[in-house]
Structure formats: structure tokens, C-alpha cells
Design a protein around this ligand. Structure first.
Ligand code: C5P
Length: 222
């Protein structure tokens, strides 16, 4: 496909979601939140009471779960799982942990591959995830790897969740983030690792607008 792709990969809390969405809006390109697909399958598996140790059932779930995206009136992305709005449930650490567990199963990743590639539509796509630049869109013209210190990522998550009234501790979040990072980086299939041709941006201490600007600067002037 000649439709241009910008991949933005990185660990949880690196700001990928916020940055990718803003960049896609600035460019007028489509947006793929690939983590939401893994989270949706994890949540659907929970609803169906599937055993997280039963790969065959999870693969079936990955194929069968209907996952839809739509913008609400406030411009926020809502995620529909089997036609139910599951946006808030998808954001919980429980959903993140379930996603990370099922994402380690190669057949689940394979089941979601075509769904992800289908987001590549003119005039362009911003794809946010862990393996966008390495596995799903290796031919992407623009690749970014976003990082931030674990402490800063835990603090960002803490603020987000506190604003939502969720009760968490900074220390607990830091531990969960480190555990999820380790699992995502160490798994045998599609481990979190920068594509060789990705541009690294460390967002520690940077504001959202500054990061957006740096990412947009990688593309030809329009
Ligand atoms: O990005 P997000 O935190 O929503 O992703 C949730 C989990 O889904 C990650 O911890 C990771 O295990 C998995 N994931 C993945 N590949 C992607 C996106 C997410 O394995 N492209």
C-alpha cells in the first residue's frame, strides 16, 4: 500500500496514546489504538469467563469479538466491545494486565494482524502500540519510539486515574508498570523493542505540545 503510516511504539504511560491521537488529528490521518484491541479481547475473555491459560479459547475470542471505535461529541475516542461501550473498563489496570497476558500468545497476535492492517486507509495512518514499526507496519515511512522514565510514567497514570476518582497508590502503579514492561519486553513473540529505523524521543520532562511538535517535525512540511 502507498498510504503513508507513522508508527508510534513505546511502553505503557510513555504518552503514546495522547500524542498519537493529537498527531493524527493534526495530520487528518486515521488512528489505530492497537492496545485497545488487546484490551478489548482481554475484557471480552473476562466477560465470557474464559481461562487465561486456554490459548485456543482466547484465539477464538480474538477472532469473534466485535471491536468498534467512534468519536463521541467531546472528541474522545470510545471503544465498543461486542457493541457495548467498554471505554472506561478498558482503561483499568486489570484490563491492561489481561491484555498483556493474552498479547503473549502468538496466535492471538496473528488473529489481530489483519484487523490492524485494515486501518491503513488514505490519506494516512498513525498507529500506536508496541510492535507497529517492527511487525505490523515494518514498511512504515515514519517510526517513533517514545520513552519516559518509569517514575514519570507512574506519575502520569496516577494523575489520570485520580482525576477519574479511581483510588490507587503511586507505589502500586510503579510496581505494576515495571512488571508489565518486563513482561512486554521479555516475551518471545513481538517483544517491545524499537524498530532499527525508529526515531527515539524521551518524553521525560517534556510537555504534550513539545512532543507533538517533535513528532510532526519528522514528516515533510505540508
Ligand atoms: O498500549 P496499552 O497499554 O493499551 O496496551 C495494553 C497491552 O497490550 C500492553 O501491555 C501489551 O502487552 C499489549 N499490546 C501489544 N501490542 C500492541 C499493543 C498492545 O502486545 N501493539
Amino acid at each position: 500500500s502507498s498510504t503513508p503510516v507513522l508508527t508510534i511504539d513505546g511502553p505503557s504511560g510513555s504518552g503514546k496514546g495522547t500524542i498519537s491521537r493529537l498527531v493524527s488529528q493534526a495530520l487528518g490521518w486515521h488512528y489505530l489504538d492497537s492496545g485497545a484491541l488487546y484490551r478489548a479481547v482481554g475484557v471480552a475473555a473476562g466477560w465470557a469467563d474464559l481461562d487465561l491459560a486456554d490459548p485456543a479459547a482466547l484465539v477464538r475470542c480474538a477472532f469473534d469479538t466485535r471491536i468498534g471505535f467512534r468519536d463521541d461529541e467531546r472528541g474522545e475516542l470510545r471503544v465498543l466491545v461486542n457493541d457495548l461501550d467498554a471505554t472506561d473498563e478498558l482503561r483499568t489496570e486489570t484490563a491492561g494486565a489481561a491484555a498483556s497476558a493474552i498479547a503473549a500468545i502468538p496466535e492471538v497476535r496473528a488473529a489481530l494482524k489483519d484487523r490492524q492492517r485494515a486501518f491503513r486507509q488514505p490519506p494516512g495512518l498513525v498507529a500506536d502500540g508496541r510492535d507497529m514499526g517492527t511487525v505490523i507496519f515494518p514498511d512504515a515511512a515514519y517510526k517513533v519510539f517514545l520513552t519516559a522514565s518509569a517514575e514519570e510514567r507512574a506519575e502520569r497514570r496516577y494523575k489520570q486515574l485520580k482525576d477519574k476518582g479511581v483510588s490507587v497508590t503511586l507505589d502500586g502503579l510503579l510496581r505494576e508498570i515495571l512488571a508489565r514492561d518486563a513482561r512486554d519486553a521479555q516475551r518471545a513473540v513481538a517483544p517491545l523493542r524499537p524498530a532499527p529505523d525508529a526515531v527515539h524521543i524521551d518524553t521525560t520532562g517534556l510537555g504534550i505540545a513539545q512532543v507533538v511538535e517533535r513528532v510532526l517535525a519528522l514528516l515533510p512540511p505540508r
